[in-house]
Design a protein. Structure first.
Lengths: 248, 217
């Protein structure tokens, strides 16, 4: 049995906040990759826009010494996810690859999961998705187009994982470290987003998360996320991992 | 609706419940049947005989020269070229058909005239694809990839169900597991339900993942 077999991975992400420049390339890449409907002004104003990953901006310090800080936030794929036990139809569950999976065809749209999620990374389709005529043929055929009444969220680009594991099994090899890249991590110009297998102690992400800057968002809830953040290093003042954690 | 039903009394209630129950049972258990708007077979733009191309047997079809025809016995992969490498089996381009059929087949053969017209061998309206009707269609929330299935069944011929004219292995035999004996079909039709239960049964029997996210994403 090679490690390309199903269930031998623990997929996760390490986000180096120190490298994030807030360019939003990850947001656009995700939007294009995962057939996310276009967020019109009307939808944003009604707080019903959908973006599986967002770059939150906040200010540190007072003017004129204020510093812009960015932190990309996507589904944290919690090992102990608050969204999972509340679903009455098991449309969201944790699979053996460390991912929090949303099964669109099971979802009945109760929205309990979105209410349970402390990270606000689950989005409900209030409308049937519509694209302009010029974009109709630009949809990704590997990703389901979610219809009205379905909850959706970051899938860790599971279609890319499936594709790479299929290729690896076909070639009879293991999935190489870095072979699977999510849309956001491949678009990130500063390598702030890193995707990989936590089960492999030699993988890039496993080594990165040993960094003493590491923290998880809203650690006090005990959700045990599979997305690990590395704290921002400020040249002016010393910011420890504990202090950075409170910004989440 | 309920009030007039109650007015007719017990028999009316039972009758309505019976109709509702019959509707649910046929919808849930039944194959997609033409009554519900799903056609099992389609009228293809060209009456394409899989028998002539894929069968290995003597056919009861008579060629233009009066000889009874024998199946060519082509592998499925001869025309459906991407099935061993990609998600879709692929329908050949009309020029691929024309490779043989610009020579083979009588000049006045009606279906072949449609094909040759589409390939711009006859006629003068340019090349155009043939608008084949898709027979096997899975719902949009299912991701089915042919490649791993073909690979597994080729390596494990004992898991192949059905057969293609008695052949259960190799590039023509394994397809019969889900598609039936296409080589014997004049017009291709769906023989297996291809519902999730069938997928899961087979995945379970063969140790394939039964995780939802294996197919639904």
């Amino acid at each position: 049995m090679t490690t390309a077999e199903f269930g031998t991975h623990n997929w996760g992400m390490v986000v180096d906040v120190d490298k994030c420049i807030g360019c939003n390339a990850c947001v656009i890449a995700c939007q294009a990759e995962n057939n996310i409907p276009i967020n019109t002004q009307d939808r944003v104003e009604r707080a019903r826009s959908i973006s599986w990953i967002r770059v939150e901006r906040y200010w540190e310090g007072d003017f004129p010494d204020a510093k812009a800080r960015f932190i990309p936030i996507m589904c944290q794929h919690c090992e102990n996810a608050p969204c999972e036990p509340v679903c009455p139809v098991y449309a969201t569950y944790h699979n053996s690859e460390g991912m929090n999976v949303q099964v669109y065809n099971r979802c009945v749209g109760t929205r309990y999961c979105a209410n349970g999620c402390p990270y606000i990374v689950r989005f409900f389709n209030y409308w049937e998705p519509v694209w302009p005529e010029s974009l109709r043929n630009h949809l990704n055929p590997d990703v389901t187009v979610r219809s009205r009444g379905i909850m959706e969220k970051c899938s860790f680009c599971v279609h890319r994982i499936r594709r790479e594991s299929r290729n690896a099994r076909s070639a009879g090899v293991e999935i190489a470290d870095g072979a699977v890249q999510t849309a956001c991590s491949s678009a990130c110009p500063t390598s702030a987003l890193n995707f990989g297998n936590f089960n492999d102690p030699e993988s890039k992400v496993s080594k990165m998360k040993e960094d003493k800057r590491h923290y998880t968002l809203l650690d006090q809830f005990g959700t045990d996320p599979n997305v690990i953040y590395l704290a921002k290093i400020d040249a002016d003042k010393k910011v420890g991992a504990g202090e950075a954690a409170t910004h989440g | 609706m309920l009030v007039p039903v109650l007015a007719i009394g017990g028999l009316g209630v039972v009758a309505v419940m019976g109709v509702v129950a019959a509707f649910i049972i046929t919808g849930w258990l039944g194959q997609p049947v033409p009554v519900l708007g799903f056609e099992q077979t389609f009228d293809q733009p060209i009456d394409f005989p899989h028998t002539v191309h894929a069968s290995t047997k003597q056919l009861d079809r008579v060629a233009a020269d009066g000889q009874t025809m024998e199946g060519l016995g082509l592998d499925c992969t001869f025309c459906h070229r991407t099935v061993t490498t990609q998600a879709n089996a692929g329908v050949p381009a009309v020029n691929f058909c024309a490779t043989c059929h610009q020579v083979i087949g009588a000049a006045d053969n009606v279906p072949l005239t449609i094909l040759r017209d589409a390939a711009d061998i006859v006629g003068d309206d340019g090349a155009s694809p043939v608008n084949w009707q898709r027979v096997h269609r899975l719902p949009d929330h299912v991701r089915f990839v042919h490649e791993p299935h073909i690979r597994y069944l080729t390596a494990n011929p004992s898991e192949v169900k059905n057969s293609t004219d008695g052949v259960t292995e190799g590039p023509s035999g394994v397809c019969s597991t889900c598609h039936g004996n296409v080589a014997a079909m004049q017009q291709v039709e769906q023989v297996e339900s291809l519902k999730m239960g069938q997928c899961v049964d087979c995945h379970r029997d063969n140790g394939a993942p039964t995780d939802c996210a294996a197919c639904h994403y």
